[in-house]
Design a protein. Structure first.
Length: 83
């Protein structure tokens, strides 16, 4: 089970982007998904010539993840094959 601090956006930014203390971390985009209207943010950090960014999605249980909630994930509908 995850603790409350492991559900925070700050924890995940540090885990996935591992910014240096001197490197700025910026939220470059925030909005809601088209499907379901759930929140997301794009966070970027740059260290020397290395710039990195990730999207983080807010799930129904309140935690942030690097993948969208399953209800917002596009699904492919398979068509039955002709015999």
């Amino acid at each position: 089970m995850r603790t409350a601090s492991e559900q925070s956006l700050r924890f995940l930014v540090e885990k996935w982007l591992a910014p240096e203390p001197s490197a700025p971390v910026r939220v470059t985009e925030f909005s809601r998904t088209r499907l379901g209207g759930r929140r997301y943010v794009r966070v970027e950090t740059s260290q020397d010539a290395d710039a990195r960014g990730l999207f983080f999605f807010r799930h129904d249980d309140g935690c942030w993840c690097v993948f969208p909630p399953t209800a917002d994930t596009p699904r492919f509908i398979s068509q039955p094959r002709a015999a």
